[in-house]
Design a protein around this ligand. Structure first.
Ligand code: GLN
Length: 301
């Protein structure tokens, strides 16, 4: 029996054979540095449109792509720990293709679930109203929500002007300028500059929640390449989340939703803080696909 994935290079056309030879040495290099070999195929798909199926069928890549260009990016990935999403300035997330740079956190797969939870909260209301997203970064969460709920309005806040430029690009790409307003500022302070913000139907956030000491130990692709601002949640990781618990009730309507992503071991403490605050009810934690309680929601009393 022939192994799936084993390829007879000599049956390929010249371009495909050259790329396949490059691919095999790139995979060996990845393995020696502990990098996931799947990233090689991902790079080939993004740059040359070459899918694993094309490869198995001995088909050449649909787009011309110089081996030198492939290898230049791949060496930057390996030698400088630059995430491929930053090198390619793009990430596929939910049904979206988003622009990312080193000014924003790369949207993670688990955060796709945060959008589902927010849309579930939204479905409790007879009509979508006004939400705020705190710490929008690339704008992924707001774009994800507004894209699927055309009547929703979102104020997407970030303290970083550079991040908001990336978010603006993504908002424009999906023609969501009417639904999403981008505002620069520090968490809820950003809403204070305008006096006519109505009460919010919900607040959603993927805030920095990693304890500072843990940030130091993260993989270099994350620690050295993604904005610390988006990762570092202070000594216990909960500095931003405590602030969001404290401030959100001033802005949420009764029954309004409070929803955040957090680390796998923070749900109990965050639920306790919400209960202790006294202004929240229906405090619930929600698992990611690994079964870790990575999200907590509550409703404003
Ligand atoms: N989930 C991110 C990581 O794994 C952290 C995101 C955050 O702190 N909000 O690096």
């Amino acid at each position: 029996m022939k192994l799936i994935g084993a390829i007879e290079i000599e049956k390929m056309d010249e371009t495909a054979a050259a790329i396949e030879r490059w691919r095999q040495q790139a995979i060996r290099q990845a393995a020696s540095l502990g990098v996931d070999a799947a990233e090689v195929d991902w790079l080939l798909r993004e740059l040359a449109g070459w899918t694993p199926l094309d490869r198995l069928m001995h088909r050449p890549p649909p787009r011309r792509c110089a081996i030198e260009e492939l290898d230049k990016l791949w060496q930057q990935r390996l030698q400088h720990n630059i995430p491929l999403q930053q090198l390619l300035q793009t990430v596929t997330w939910r049904r979206l293709q988003l622009t990312v740079t080193d000014a924003v956190l790369i949207p993670r797969p688990e955060t796709e679930l945060l959008v589902d939870l927010a849309l579930d909260c939204l479905a409790e209301f007879s009509q979508p109203g006004l939400w705020v997203e705190m710490g929008t970064g690339s704008g992924a969460i707001s774009v994800g929500m507004a894209h699927e709920s055309p009547e929703l309005s979102v104020i997407a806040v970030d303290t970083s002007a550079e991040a908001l430029e990336v978010a603006a690009h993504n908002v424009k790409r999906y023609k969501l300028e009417q639904q999403i307003s981008l505002v620069q500022g520090h968490w809820f302070d950003a809403l204070l500059v305008s006096h006519d913000v109505p009460l919010l139907q919900g607040m959603v956030s993927n805030p920095p929640y990693i304890p500072s000491a843990v940030v130091e130990q993260l993989a270099p692709e994350v620690r050295d390449r993604e904005p610390t601002l988006a990762l570092d949640g202070g000594v216990d990781g909960l500095v931003a989340i405590r602030h969001l618990i404290q401030e959100a009730p001033h802005f949420l309507q009764s029954g309004g939703c409070w929803l955040v992503e957090l680390m796998y071991d923070q749900a109990a403490e965050v639920s306790r803080l919400l209960a202790e605050d006294g202004r929240y009810r229906r405090i619930e934690s929600h698992p990611d696909l690994d079964g870790n309680q990575r999200f907590v929601s509550a409703r404003r009393i």
